[in-house]
Ligand binder design. Structure first.
Ligand SMILES: [Zn+2]
Length: 487
């Protein structure tokens, strides 16, 4: 408001000044005389001032015109000027609009629409990093794998977008089940971005699957270094990998290296049962029975396991059953209430033909946690004490229908493994196997329902047939339980 008033005031002042000036000029005597080509013009002072103003305007117009001509000339020559800038801005605006529309389409799950928008954005924008990325993701969503791969490959050419391209192609190869190519790409991606957690995990999984334990240990180290793995988990996984490495080396028959690895794995994670067993065997081979006994006792204290007992027996293979019971006290005194310890002690006493002690060692296991092995041991105790065949068969029949006891079960997918492996055979996860009771399977339910009357009522020669129909693994398990420590 005030500004408008000032403007009006200034306008009137200017008009007044100009009129005053013109009047003054009119009142002046004389003028300007200009002679051009023999012609003479005489101007009054007012006319001279007007002529001067007109001349200034003419020069200004001329200069402007020259500038425009020059700009047009340059534009025609392909040079960037105001004209092309104007058009560029327009194209850019359209391009970014298409890009934004494409991203919205992608977010709302419309792959085809996103692809169309990406193509439009690509037409208007010179930003291949953005448009190719949108194209790749849209094509993936629309299920056009070929087009997605083309776009990812274009992303490989620039430093800034290379990782995204490698990761995109790697995921495609993984989805197609081409693990060799995926592994090579994962290695490239890892080299580009060692701190990228997803890449670390993919690489580790592929290396473990491909039994590249050395490489997997390197990756694991990088995971620890970049903070994507807690230190204790790293230690445990590293032990698993070192053990796998040891197994690989042992199968290639270069003993010393494998022994070192096994011992290293055991040191990294003393409670890793297969590592303890392997380390103990290495020590036995090196003639260090005390070391062997120590690693087994340590692992037994963490988790009793029949393989540990087996390895402990191997330290002195040809001792009398009574001496063996005495020597095994190093194990049986720790974790005395664990079913595994109870069964081990019972088995040792059976081998020594001390059946009352075997029954005492077993305690109430057949009532509280009756699995196939405990019931089989009970049958052996009954037989040793001279019970009738009917009683012995009764226990054995119960053993057949009983749960199988702890197994190597994958925590991830509950798949049961006959032997410990670093990666689950079913879901391929690393270090997910634990020694525990698996969920009751249908095989057991079937055998308990169908086999019981058959076996209990069976005569000697028919029982073989009946047993043959039951899951083979179960028989193996029972036999193993029977001859556990004697072997
Ligand atoms: Zn699994």
């Amino acid at each position: 408001m005030l500004w408008s008033l000032i403007k009006i005031f200034l306008f009137f002042a200017l008009i007044a000044g100009a009129s005053f000036g013109a009047l003054e000029l009119l009142a002046l005597e004389g003028g300007i005389r200009i002679a051009i080509a023999g012609q003479e013009y005489s101007l009054t002072p007012l006319q001279a001032v007007i002529a001067l103003v007109l001349l200034v305007i003419a020069v200004w117009l001329f200069l402007k015109l020259m500038g425009l001509l020059l700009a047009t000339f340059r534009f025609l020559n392909g040079d960037e000027t105001a004209i092309s800038r104007y058009f560029d801005r327009n194209r850019e605006r359209k391009g970014f609009q298409a890009l934004a529309d494409g991203m919205l389409a992608l977010a709302s799950g419309e792959g085809r629409l996103a692809m169309a928008k990406a193509a439009r954005a690509n037409k208007y924008l010179d930003r291949p990093d953005l448009t190719d990325l949108l194209t790749a993701q849209a094509a993936e969503m629309a299920g056009d794998k070929g087009k997605a791969e083309e776009a990812y490959k274009r992303l490989l050419t620039e430093d800034r977008t290379r990782f995204v391209g490698v990761r995109g192609i790697m995921k495609q190869r993984l989805a197609a089940g081409d693990t060799d190519k995926a592994l090579a790409l994962a290695k490239t991606a890892f080299a580009l971005k060692p701190a990228h957690e997803e890449t670390q995990d993919v690489l580790l999984r592929l290396q473990a699957q491909g039994a590249d334990w050395k490489g997997a240990r390197e990756t694991l180290k990088a995971k620890l270094k970049h903070g994507s793995l807690p230190r204790d988990v790293h230690k445990r996984r590293d032990a698993v990998l070192a053990l796998s490495e040891a197994k690989g080396v042992l199968s290639e028959d270069s003993g010393i290296d494998g022994q070192e690895r096994a011992i290293e794995a055991n040191k990294l994670s003393p409670d890793l049962i297969p590592a303890a067993v392997m380390a103990a065997k290495s020590y036995i081979e090196q003639g260090k029975p005390k070391y062997a006994a120590r690693v087994i006792s340590k692992a037994w204290a963490a988790r009793p396991h029949p393989d540990l007992a087996g390895a402990f027996a191997e330290i002195v293979p040809d001792e009398t059953p009574d001496k063996r019971i005495k020597r095994f006290r190093a194990l049986t005194k720790t974790n005395p209430n664990d079913p595994e310890t109870k069964m081990l002690l019972a088995e040792l006493n059976i081998a020594a033909e001390n059946f009352p002690d075997a029954r005492r060692a077993l305690g109430d296991l057949v009532e509280t946690q009756a699995d196939a092995r405990a019931l089989t041991i009970m049958a052996a105790v009954e037989r040793g004490e001279g019970a009738s065949d009917t009683v012995v068969k009764g226990w054995l029949a119960r053993a057949l229908s009983a749960p199988r006891g702890p197994q190597w079960v994958c925590d991830n997918c509950q798949h049961i493994h006959a032997e410990w492996t670093p990666t689950c055979d079913n879901c391929r996860a690393l270090d997910t196997l634990s020694w525990k009771r698996p969920p009751q399977s249908e095989v057991q339910a079937l055998s308990s329902a169908a086999m019981l009357p058959l076996i209990v009522g069976a005569v000697e020669d028919k029982s073989d047939e009946a047993v043959a129909e039951i899951d083979d693994a179960e028989i193996v398990d029972m036999n193993a339980a029977d001859g556990q420590v004697n072997s």
